[in-house]
Design a binder for this molecule. Structure first.
Ligand SMILES: [Zn+2]
Length: 369
């Protein structure tokens, strides 16, 4: 029961950068791209040569060969290479060699030249250190901040990528995941009234903590409506508004993290519903709650945390009538409006909170299957 299982997990999150850091990341992307394109050009020439001279073929280079040649021929001529981690061109050449391997195996096409701004990314290898809850130290560039809490793990390499103006860091790490001794099932109903209701009866209210900030925010936006755009007063107010937005976003994220950790850590099986978000958005009453709470984010966090704590995540088809079914006798109601916050069974007379009823049905679903 207590025997650990080594799991390889991946984690990706957005970086919070300053200007100097953005520049450093751009430079690294440039080096990775340059090394790749240089290597690709060279290897293409070798293949060309070998096709034309079958009797005097040149050995197709390994990633190590390519890197040796790069150091000897390219780096000295391109000084900006020295401003970047040496692992970046090395990793780019390794990726190129892998790409050729897939091409030779006929599992992929011929590698392509990279263009600036298109799928920009690079890899760093070496001493990486996670510092505190949302900082990671990487070679050459230094300490990078993230918006999100980082898992407290060891990792030897990371990939940094760009999507439009946003930068992301991703890394893999191994965990010795303890097999969860807790085999019980918990159903989680994501709510309208509260953030979540668990089948155990635990209710997680995500709304209260930031309600007051939200009220403040809408008041400020309203007061600001007649200010001259660009004026000193307007700028001051905009800054305050931005700060409030950030505060609210942080509270929400923190609440979600608490919820997903609570659920994944303490239960062997977690059952959630696959939400039909687009369908629910058509209902204006639900729209704001869904947008605020971020159900996709909830599911993303829960997925990796369940892996981390060795619990099982069961996602129930969205057509499963979790709200309409009596969790006591199993009878299904024909209709149940959103306004009906209490479930009353016409068959057995059972009365229960609507969300709790749904959560229990979810937990029963997994216990039955
Ligand atoms: Zn019933």
């Amino acid at each position: 029961m207590d025997k650990g299982v080594a799991l390889l997990l991946g984690f990706k999150t957005e970086l919070k950068l300053n200007k100097a850091q953005r520049t450093a990341l751009m430079k690294h992307c440039g080096v990775a791209r340059h090394a790749w394109n240089w290597g690709l050009n060279l290897t293409k020439q070798i293949l060309d040569h070998n096709a034309r001279h079958p009797d005097s073929k040149i050995k197709f280079p390994t990633a190590i060969d390519l890197h040796k040649w790069l150091v000897a021929l390219v780096k000295s001529e391109n000084e900006w290479y020295y401003e970047c981690s040496k692992s970046t061109p090395q990793q780019a050449l390794m990726a190129l060699r892998e790409s050729w391997k897939r091409c030779f195996n006929k599992t992929a096409g011929v590698p392509k030249f990279k263009k600036k701004g298109k799928r920009d990314f690079f890899t760093l290898e070496g001493s990486l250190k996670i510092k505190g809850s949302n900082k990671i130290q990487v070679p050459v560039i230094g300490v990078l901040k993230t918006y999100e809490r980082l898992p407290q793990v060891l990792t030897k390499s990371c990939t940094i990528s760009r999507q439009a103006d946003r930068w992301f860091i991703s890394f893999r790490f191994e965990v010795e995941a303890a097999v969860s001794a807790n085999s019980d099932v918990v159903g989680v109903d994501l709510g309208v009234k509260t953030l979540a209701t668990l089948s155990t009866g635990v209710v997680v209210d995500g709304a209260k903590s930031y309600k007051k900030y939200e009220a403040k925010l809408s008041r400020m936006q309203w007061l600001n409506r007649h200010k001259v755009v660009g004026s000193a007063n307007w700028k001051k107010a905009q800054l305050k508004i931005a700060r409030l937005h950030r505060k609210i976003a942080n509270i929400r994220k923190d609440t979600l993290h608490k919820l997903t950790t609570l659920v994944a850590k303490n239960h062997g099986t977690v059952v959630i519903e696959d939400l039909n978000v687009s369908g629910m958005l058509a209902n204006h009453k639900l729209a704001k709650t869904i947008a605020d709470m971020g159900f996709y984010e909830f599911r993303r966090q829960l997925t990796y945390k369940c892996e981390l704590y060795s619990s099982k995540l069961v996602v129930v088809d969205r057509w499963f009538p979790s709200s309409k079914t009596c969790s006591n006798c199993g009878t299904k109601k024909e209709t149940l409006t959103l306004k009906q916050r209490v479930f009353e069974c016409d068959h057995c007379g059972f009365v229960i909170d609507r969300d709790l009823n749904a959560a229990i049905n979810l937990s029963l679903y997994a216990s039955d299957s």
